[in-house]
Ligand binder design. Structure first.
Ligand SMILES: C[S@@+](CC[C@H](N)C(=O)[O-])C[C@H]1O[C@@H](n2cnc3c(N)ncnc32)[C@H](O)[C@@H]1O
Length: 238
């Protein structure tokens, strides 16, 4: 199987082309020739299985897949905050077995939208539920996961053992305050060399998360890489 160029629907591409973007935004397709996902049968099988359960395109999904493979070789669990229908979390759980993947969502949509968030108002992405996620994980034969329902961290982080450490974290919550609160909760528990992946850095509508990453770029405890597939990665240095 070879995935289509850019992996977005013609409708999505046309909608984005018609958008009246503000300065600093515009449809962006960085050019490269290497397509390792096209020759990785395990990834293709997994991506096909989760495709209807994720908003991630193949580039971001593959980045998580390879980061998960690396994290599986080190100590520490995996955390995802913002799971929706469970697709990205299922990729992480598949490749990091037998590590535990903690999967957090309100399953009632986005929360904590505020003045830094231009598009999100709260309640978006409520078209998902915990049973759908559970069914996806089971269909993939996965058992190395724990589902945490509620606003993270306030309502669900207490269900994670106090001594738990993490090597890989995926934060996909769309707004400034949720991204900041999740980061501040997990950072002391992240191993040195551990990575937090932010899904929303490079997307029009997620300006709050972009602003938060710009704050993190001033933080000497980490190295932040703004990846042109839309993700940003924060790696813990000390
Ligand atoms: C874009 S969706 C996640 C997409 C998913 N990672 C995927 O594979 O497509 C964002 C999710 O974040 C959740 N969310 C936002 N803020 C949250 C918070 N503070 N605690 C828990 N879930 C949150 C929303 O309920 C929503 O399901």
């Amino acid at each position: 199987m070879v995935l289509a160029d850019h992996d977005i629907s013609p409708q999505d591409r046309d909608d984005r082309r018609r958008r009246d973007y503000p300065k600093g935004y515009g449809l962006t397709f960085p050019v490269a020739d290497y397509r390792p996902w096209d020759i990785d049968p395990e990834f293709l099988r997994l991506f096909e299985a989760v495709r209807a359960h994720t908003k991630l395109d193949v580039y971001r999904a593959y980045a998580l897949y390879t980061l998960g493979q690396q994290a599986a070789k080190t100590a520490g669990a995996v955390l995802e905050v913002g799971a929706w229908r469970g697709g990205s979390a299922a990729i992480l759980a598949s490749v990091t077995q037998p590590r535990t993947v903690y999967v957090a969502d309100t399953w009632q949509g986005v929360v904590k939208a505020g003045p830094r968030d231009d598009y999100y108002k709260g309640g978006e992405h409520a078209d998902a539920d915990i049973d759908t996620v559970e069914a996806l994980f089971r269909s993939l034969g996965l058992s190395n996961y724990r589902l945490l329902s509620g606003i993270f961290p306030e309502e669900s982080a207490e269900r994670i053992e106090a001594e738990q450490i993490f090597s890989l974290v995926h934060i996909d919550v769309d707004v400034y305050q949720s991204a900041k609160d999740a980061t501040e909760w997990v950072w002391p528990k992240l191993v040195v060399g551990g990575t937090v992946v932010y899904d929303d850095y490079g997307f029009y509508g997620c300006e709050g998360v972009t602003a938060y990453l710009h704050e993190l770029m001033q933080d000497q405890r980490m190295r932040v890489v703004a990846n042109l597939n839309g993700q940003a990665l924060a790696m813990k240095l000390c």
